[in-house]
Write a protein that binds this ligand. Structure first.
Ligand SMILES: NC(=O)c1ccc[n+]([C@@H]2O[C@H](COP(=O)([O-])OP(=O)(O)OC[C@H]3O[C@@H](n4cnc5c(N)ncnc54)[C@H](O)[C@@H]3O)[C@@H](O)[C@H]2O)c1
Length: 333
């Protein structure tokens, strides 16, 4: 392999397009191929970006012209696509969640064996510059001992029902990002309590809003609030409260102009529209980390074990919401 990474994107949908464009602008990576079961979708995206396209997904996953693969296909295909690509010697950036069931992840980890380090799971929010700073400052002790974490994550609108049908539901599809973020900030989780709501009759899913409380083994508590319909835009906030202060990531807007007058002070404009705009820099930093590890052979992070841990929390949240009970998790140590 040269020190440039030749990458194929599998799945030319919403997030596949984000990754393809990010790769196109990377200094050490080349987008060589876009593959999708629908030839037209692959061709449209590839043509825009000067890459080849195919509907032969297995050929793309094993192609000699490819060093690494971004798996951005529907969730049930993440494991088979990743196993095929790693089996052919590729590094893989696999979208979240790893799979719909923890058992499938365990089987995947077992099959990967000592090649598991070649797989990064796409928890892009860890790479957001503001989140990275909060994480570093928490680690540096700037706010003392972490006591409480509040994560608000609301989408502007629900995805289409064809997407929802294979998504695994709100906890595995949407909350999973926040569950990973909570683990990132408070460490291992001891118990999970969740409440689900179905507020919009148009949404063809069990829940379209959820609140999850996680109690960490450290004693810190994290609360996650999700909704699939935020009229003000993509609402993304994090507060980490500690014994010596707090750190906060607030919403971003397309304009930072504020009006101050005798009636009050206010900032106009909605939040950024959605993940593409809000986490553009995060996707670029995620790709950068992936390319560096793929080229140097370092272990990828977030790892498939991180993906498993977040999925186990999502399963626990689902059980808690269904039964109204608090779910206690096994101590991994
Ligand atoms: N990290 C993030 O910010 C983020 C954001 C959105 C979606 N995702 C994840 O990415 C995955 C895809 O989500 P999306 O929103 O892009 O979905 P999407 O429905 O927009 O796109 C999925 C694409 O996969 C294609 N496809 C279907 N079957 C295929 C097959 N057998 N082989 C290859 N391609 C196939 C479809 O034709 C479609 O183009 C999901 O697992 C989702 O959880 C992650």
């Amino acid at each position: 392999m040269t020190d440039r990474l030749r990458i194929a994107v599998i799945g030319a949908g919403r997030i596949g397009a984000v990754h393809a464009r990010t790769i196109r602008h990377h200094l050490r990576a080349d987008l060589v191929l876009v593959a999708d079961a629908h030839a037209g979708a692959a061709a449209r995206l590839a043509e825009d970006l000067g890459a080849e396209s195919t509907d032969d997904v297995d050929a793309a996953l094993t192609s000699d012209a490819v060093d690494a693969v971004v798996v951005a296909s529907p969730t049930p295909l993440h494991v088979p696509h990743t196993l095929t690509a790693v089996g052919a010697g590729k590094s893989v950036l696999m979208e979240k969640p790893v799979a719909l069931e923890v058992e499938q992840v365990d089987a995947c980890i077992a099959e990967l064996g000592d090649r598991a380090g070649r797989v990064m799971v796409g928890f892009n929010r860890r790479f957001d510059p503001s989140v990275s700073e909060v994480h570093a400052r928490v680690r540096a002790g700037d706010i003392g001992t972490v006591e409480q974490v509040t994560i608000v994550s609301r989408d502007p609108a629900p995805p289409p029902s064809e997407y929802l049908k294979v998504s695994g539901g709100i906890f595995k599809d949407m909350t999973i990002h926040d569950l990973d973020m909570a683990r990132h900030l408070i460490g291992d989780v001891r118990s999970v309590h969740a409440v689900g709501q179905h507020l919009d009759p148009e949404v063809d899913d069990l829940y379209d809003a959820a609140t999850v409380t996680l109690t960490g083994r450290s004693g810190a508590v994290a609360v996650i609030v999700n909704s699939r319909h935020s009229v003000a835009g993509y609402d993304q906030r994090i507060e980490v409260f500690g014994s010596a202060g707090a750190l906060e990531v607030t919403n971003q807007r397309s304009s930072s102009v504020r009006l101050h007058n005798a009636d009050g002070t206010e900032q106009s404009g909605p939040f950024l529209p959605f993940f593409l705009e809000r986490y553009q820099r995060a996707y670029a930093a995620e790709l950068d980390t992936f390319v560096e590890a793929a080229v140097t052979g370092a272990a990828q992070s977030p790892s498939i074990a991180d993906g498993r841990a977040a999925l186990a929390l999502a399963e626990a949240a689902g059980s808690s919401a269904r039964t109204g009970t608090t779910i206690t998790l096994e101590d991994p140590s």
